[in-house]
Design a protein around this ligand. Structure first.
Ligand code: NAP
Length: 273
């Protein structure tokens, strides 16, 4: 039996992947911030007679204290993780600063993924073909505001998300660079436009755009087909990237090792590591 950890697994793509692996007889732990949705996940497991293999960790991943507590909980429950799937994402039209003083998108979409990736790496390394699947936006071409990563000067929700995609690309590059000899495959994956819950706080204008996008978006069931292929047979390369199932080179512009190192150092300092 394999062990899957899925952040943001209470809705959208993460939820569909969590249910799929539960139905296949695997052990699945979902991390989410809604206790109600967590209960719904556990109910779904009970309906499938799989309660013993389904776990829920309640955590708001925009808070690093809760992210670290979730990781500690996972570390005390498992000696090995086969797949870590990073799906938590919440759009904010208006800038929100968390109780820890961090900009919300930067915190949950990038920093918590950094902690999950690096602080569960040894448990992943104990598996035969471990994989970290970071579902974000490789190839998105967002700009990194090096002097203002938390966009205090000029916040825009789309810009925060696009920058987050770039930071996650560099997280993947940095993970491979920082862990020579690792057996963990880091996969950056952009699913394309998918009709999900689009967790977020939207202005009426942006909400209308999301509704319009939903009309032509893929269904979650369609979107997970290429994702399952990657999870079931992780690429041999330590770092790879996909956009809607098509490979994208993780060695071109946007994936520079020097930038990844710079970001890694900055992040480690910020997190007090
Ligand atoms: N859908 C698309 O068109 C699309 C396109 C490109 C990339 N992606 C990427 O695909 C991934 C999954 O997206 P999706 O559309 O399936 O997402 P979704 O339906 O919006 O679900 C996001 C999940 O993340 C959880 N979450 C949000 N903020 C959280 C926090 N602070 N702490 C813990 N959990 C939190 C949500 O919980 P709540 O329900 O409680 O908020 C929900 O379970 C994301 O990384 C996204 O960037 C999606």
């Amino acid at each position: 039996m394999k062990t899957y950890v899925v952040t943001g697994g209470t809705d959208g793509i993460g939820k569909a992947l969590a249910l799929e692996y539960l139905e296949r007889g695997q052990e699945v732990l979902v991390v989410g911030r809604s206790a109600e949705k967590g209960e719904a996940w556990l109910d779904a497991a009970r309906e499938r007679d799989a309660a013993g293999r389904a776990h829920f960790v309640h955590a708001d991943l925009s808070l690093m204290a809760e992210t670290r507590a979730a990781i500690d909980g996972i570390r005390s429950s498992f000696a090995r993780i086969d797949a870590l799937v990073l799906c938590a994402r919440h759009f904010r039209t208006t800038r929100l600063v968390t109780a820890e003083g961090l900009e919300n998108t930067f915190a949950h979409f990038y920093l918590s993924r950094f902690l999950f990736s690096h602080h569960l790496a040894d448990l992943l390394e104990a598996a035969d073909t471990p994989v970290i699947l970071n579902v974000a936006g490789p190839g998105g071409g967002g700009e990194i505001h090096w002097e203002d990563l938390e966009l205090a000067l000029e916040y825009d929700g789309q810009r925060a998300l696009a920058q987050g995609g770039r930071l996650n690309d560099l997280l993947g590059v940095g993970f491979a660079a920082e862990r020579p000899g690792t057996n963990v495959r880091y996969v950056l994956l952009n699913p394309g436009v998918v009709s999900t819950s689009f967790s977020g706080q939207y202005s009426p204008n942006v909400a209308a755009q999301i509704d319009a996008m939903r009309q032509s978006a893929q269904s979650v069931e369609e979107a997970i087909v290429p994702i399952l292929k990657v999870l079931d047979a992780p690429p041999a390369a330590l770092l790879s990237a996909f956009v809607r199932g098509e490979p994208l080179s993780p060695h071109g512009p946007g994936f520079e090792v020097e930038e990844a190192r710079r970001l890694h150092e900055h992040t480690a300092r910020l997190l007090g590591q």
